[in-house]
Design a protein around this ligand. Structure first.
Ligand SMILES: Cc1cc2nc3c(=O)[nH]c(=O)nc-3n(C[C@H](O)[C@H](O)[C@H](O)COP(=O)(O)OP(=O)(O)OC[C@H]3O[C@@H](n4cnc5c(N)ncnc54)[C@H](O)[C@@H]3O)c2cc1C
Length: 399
């Protein structure tokens, strides 16, 4: 029997599992293949929805689903976290057991999460919409109470997931205070370590004028060093000090703890992979996808999805003995809501730079459609739509 282990049941792990289970259903029935996901979490959240929860008051339960509803037929789950991967000897160990669990193929899709240890004082001061829906919901309760003051929003450190999310939070706060009729009493300042409001110039060209027309101030080349929640001050590595009344920073992110120091990861713990077929450096039977890889592109759900499809197809090909192998094109597509029912997208590939896409209602509608189909897409129900939409970037044949 070929044993496939998937570590992490988020956006990347689930789409990979459902694609594998569908294409290998015969082999699973005959006992020739097993697919097992390992993850402690018994429910998943639609992470892009954290913004709606934090800044528009959406009920957290609307963006959650129990894991049992997300598993495709033929996929097993072990509700335990992985604490060690040994690729040379093909086994993992979990936190809750001393047993060595063997595998033939492994896919690591353990994502990324906020790393507050990097910035002293940030945890105590920050209103964090990158951790979970519950935290985001607490933010909305605070936002509703704000009647005046200085808001600082932006990028607290690198890397982080969903590159446009700090800009989105600035636009959503602006919209909230305009709708509440108190925008003139609230100062909004956006801080970023980059030299532009958005790191990619084509998108910067689109959103810079919006910042100006909405009176959102910006401070570029501001690398947050520490936060003093008593004095309500942020200090940058560049030596600037900034006062705030309310702080909404996107914290720097880190990979799952068990990866740091392991031979498959770089010095920060991101898994070293081939950016085309996602195999882990030096290991043909091991793959990593999504936020946890060291690929220098956006950490976002679309990438995790497209990478998962490539890895699943290549494992299926190997098990079925077919010749074709596939590669990921580096396609990114992150939506950026600019407020008042408009959005743009950050779109690019390894070979094509980010495009200039003007914010529109059509883009906003497209973002909303993605939200509607998200849970079904994890079961693989909308692969026809992904193929149609991404065309040549859905995946390509590996030369
Ligand atoms: C505010 C916000 C807005 C966003 N907006 C967008 C957007 O508009 N578009 C977009 O494409 N993306 C967006 N994203 C990013 C997107 O949600 C993530 O990039 C995506 O979920 C990554 O998928 P993943 O499978 O790599 O990781 P995740 O979906 O985070 O899943 C990782 C899983 O691994 C599990 N895990 C961790 N450690 C272990 C362990 N030791 N053992 C077993 N399991 C483990 C976790 O419990 C988790 O279930 C947004 C994120 C946020 C926070």
């Amino acid at each position: 029997m070929k044993k496939i282990a998937i570590i992490g049941s988020g956006a990347g792990g689930l789409i990979t599992s459902s694609k594998l289970a569908k294409s290998l259903s015969g082999e699973i029935k005959n006992g020739e293949v097993s697919i097992t996901i390992f993850d402690k979490k018994k429910e998943q959240e639609f992470q892009p929805g954290y913004l709606e929860v934090a800044f528009r008051g959406t009920d957290p339960s609307k963006i959650r689903r129990p894991m049992k509803k997300l598993l495709s037929n033929g996929v097993n789950i072990v509700y335990d976290n992985c604490e060690k991967v040994d690729l040379a000897n093909r086994y993992i160990k979990t936190e809750g057991s001393n047993e060595k669990i063997n595998f033939d193929y492994i896919i690591i899709s353990t994502g990324s999460s906020p790393d507050y240890d990097q910035i002293p004082g940030l945890r105590e001061a920050n209103m964090d919409f990158h951790t979970n829906a519950q935290n985001s919901s607490l933010i909305y309760q605070q936002v509703r109470k704000i009647k005046s003051g200085k808001i600082v929003v932006g990028i607290g450190g690198l890397p982080y997931k969903c590159p446009p999310s700090p800009n989105e939070s600035a636009f959503m706060l602006d919209e909230h205070f305009r709708k509440a009729g108190i925008r003139d009493k609230v100062e909004i300042t956006y801080i970023t370590p980059f030299t532009r409001i958005y790191s990619a110039e084509p998108i910067n060209e689109v959103i810079k004028p919006l910042y100006e027309s909405r009176s959102i101030e910006s401070i570029t080349t501001f690398n947050t060093d520490s936060v003093d929640s008593g004095k309500k001050e942020i200090t940058s590595l560049e030596g600037e000090t900034l006062k705030y009344d309310y702080l909404f920073l996107t914290p720097p992110h880190k990979p799952a703890g068990f990866l740091k120091g392991s031979e498959i990861a770089d010095e920060d713990g991101w898994v070293k992979v081939d950016k085309r077929d996602l195999h882990i450096t030096s290991y043909d039977n091991g793959f990593a996808i999504g936020d946890t890889t060291n690929i220098p592109i956006s950490k976002a759900g679309v990438e995790a999805h497209l990478e998962g499809v490539v890895v699943a197809n290549n494992i299926i090909g190997e098990i079925k003995g077919t010749k074709k192998r596939y590669k990921f094109t580096g396609r990114t597509q992150c939506s950026m809501e600019t407020g008042f029912h408009k959005a743009t997208f950050v779109v690019g590939t390894y070979d094509t730079p980010v495009e200039k896409i003007v914010p529109s209602r059509t883009n906003y509608m497209e973002k909303k459609v993605m939200e509607k189909i998200y849970w079904g897409s994890l079961h693989g129900h909308y692969e026809w739509l992904f193929k149609y939409h991404f065309k040549n970037d859905y995946f390509q044949e590996l030369e």
